[in-house]
Design a protein around this ligand. Structure first.
Ligand SMILES: [Zn+2]
Ligand SMILES: [Zn+2]
Length: 153
């Protein structure tokens, strides 16, 4: 019988207590996730994140959702600590609650193909500054024009 990644998974997986993190005892990838290897169609080795396996053994992943750890421990494969969420919820943008200037950020929205939190307040400020700059230069132009007016006698 051909050994596959599920054999590796079941050989190493030792489920712990319901509410504790189950740290993967096997290989951890560069990003910190527990992984097993699988040979793909072309015979190349591919890593499979074990928390995906652990989750899928319990339930299906709803269409369009991705998995994230509720415990923030990437090496954990306790299905109780794994949640299916919208992709944007895992994006770094979604973790920021305030912009660089400290304004509260709105809910993420799709901008240029990515989920982002765009600061409305900063956008308004930028517009106001641009408007003021234009206005200032406009006033300057007018002031210069007035200054350069020929003096009527
Ligand atoms: Zn955990
Ligand atoms: Zn801002």
């Amino acid at each position: 019988m051909v050994r596959d990644f599920m054999d590796d998974y079941f050989e190493l997986a030792k489920p712990g207590k319901k509410n504790e993190c189950w740290e993967w005892p096997g290989m951890i990838n560069k990003q910190g996730y527990g992984v097993v290897y699988r040979n793909d169609y072309f015979g190349d080795k591919r890593m499979i994140r074990v928390h995906w396996i652990a989750y899928l053994l319990v339930q299906a992943i709803p269409d369009g959702l991705v998995l994230t750890h509720t415990c923030n421990n990437k090496a954990c494969y306790n299905p109780n600590h794994i949640k299916a969420v919208e992709r944007y919820e895992t994006a770094w943008e979604s973790k920021k609650t305030h912009c660089v200037r400290g304004h509260l950020l709105p809910e993420p929205k799709m901008v240029g193909g990515r989920w982002r939190r765009v600061c409305e307040e900063c956008r308004r400020l930028r517009q106001r500054e641009a408007y003021k700059r234009n206005k200032d230069s406009e006033i300057e132009i007018i002031a210069n024009a007035i200054h350069n007016l020929p003096i009527e006698k």
